[in-house]
Design a protein around this ligand. Sequence first.
Ligand code: 13P
Length: 292
Amino acid sequence: MPLVNPSAMLLAAREGKYCVGAFNMVDHLTLRAIIQAAEWKQAPVMIQTSSASVKDLGIPAIVAMTRQEAEDSPVPIALHLDHGTDPEVVRQAIREGYTAVMFDGSQYPFEENIARTRDVVQAAHAEGVAVEGEIGIVAGVEDDIVVRQDAAIYTTAEEAIEFQRRTGVDFLAAAIGTAHGFYRVEPRLDIDTLRQIAQAVPCPMVIHGGTGLPFEVVRQLVAAGGAKMNVSTQIKQTYIDSLYDYIQANRKQYNPIKLLTHARSALVEMIGQYMEVLGSAGKAGEGVSTSG
Ligand code: 13P
């Protein structure tokens, strides 16, 4: 089916108390693995690209390959720009066929974040594209965005409510202690605040930093109202580790298709497991409205 605007799938997740996985692709192999896992698990899914992938592949190529794969697939697939900080890149993604964009204005003071995010919401909604905003600062490394643990700023429920009301974002990322990348120390999660915000705002909540959280914690975050969870670092780790393993075991074999198929199978397995834990498995038929 055509790429979908993810608003309906995330509202269905919020309503049904499960969570849609948003997985970062880095190339065609990871894109196909994410979609194959979604088909296997009959799950709605969001494909995301970081700014590093946008620089590497270019928006036209990302849109073309994702559109093609989505057209050929029976499950609902959205294409989302992760952590858009450059307004020009955000505008290009909106123009060229992404069905959702994140505008990450979290480095700006509160009022400026609101004003900049509101501008993006207006431009995106005019094209039928959904918007994720961020309030507070999520720690860790997301490609070229690096935030130290002690520089993370937790979101308060009051700020989140005001931010959502004044910007009109379709889904909202709040900093509640998860971090991008691997956890070097155990994260200090503020699950109560997530629950309060999720109950108070009319839009679905997004959890960043899905890699490295014990599955029991993932379930608690979903129960507290997380409707979209981002997973990026685990994709890269599984991808690279599976390539190393295969090459080590088959050092004299020169068959790239076998090598890449091995990596894709490992990714499908790992992503499918996330879909089970998030509760999105079996939900492909819910909340579909197409655009793009
Ligand atoms: P991880 O890299 O920790 O999975 O976080 C991904 C993320 O939140 C992307 O925005």
